[in-house]
Design a protein around this ligand. Structure first.
Ligand SMILES: [Fe+2]
Ligand SMILES: [Fe+2]
Length: 181
């Protein structure tokens, strides 16, 4: 299997979540209300799955290996764009978290910000994924031998294996801090 295999499988799950988020925007717009628990779940998906697990493997393994290769100018430029888009996704999610916290405290004006950031995620992710699936991943294949692809896959599995432990350690540490506060 090529290294892009599991990444493309993950893209399909991210797309499914994006469609659910898209439907939630219509609900928010028709009722004038947001369910903060839904936003928390969407944020957790984006942060833990899309960012830490998925972008994590892209940046820390695939892009790291590609950066050691003599990439064409176009491929290097696209890789930089993809990394910038990951950063943009993180900033958008952070702003969404902050707006949801304001909404919970009773600030109704945060609703517009929440809808705006959800719209941004719905708009940005499919385009990012398409650029990887259709342009960058096929181009990246040319820089690796089959053995190198296999080695990256092994590293992917190891990376995934660790994520769940890091995630729940941080959950427990967060709750421990809240108790002390
Ligand atoms: Fe990406
Ligand atoms: Fe991706």
């Amino acid at each position: 299997m090529q290294a892009r295999g599991p990444l493309m499988v993950e893209h399909r799950l991210i797309e499914r979540m994006i469609r659910i988020i898209e439907r939630s925007i219509s609900r928010i717009e028709s009722t004038g209300k947001v369910d903060p628990v839904f936003v928390d779940t969407a944020v957790d998906f984006v942060r833990t799955y899309a960012d830490r697990t998925h972008h994590g493997k892209e940046e820390n393994i695939l892009f790291r290996e590609l950066s050691k290769r003599a990439l064409s100018e176009t491929d290097r430029k696209i890789m930089k764009e993809l990394i910038d888009e990951h950063v943009f996704g993180r900033h958008t999610t952070k702003a969404l978290v902050e707006a949801t916290a304001r909404y919970r405290r009773g600030d109704e004006s945060a609703l517009e910000e929440i809808t705006g950031k959800l719209h941004t995620l719905v708009d940005f992710y499919p385009r990012h994924i398409e650029k990887e699936d259709k342009v960058f991943f096929p181009a990246a294949r040319a820089y690796f031998t089959d053995e190198e692809e296999e080695r990256m896959l092994k590293e992917f599995w190891e990376f995934d294996r660790k994520v769940i432990h890091v995630k729940y350690k941080s959950v427990v540490e967060g709750l421990g801090r809240d108790e002390k506060a």
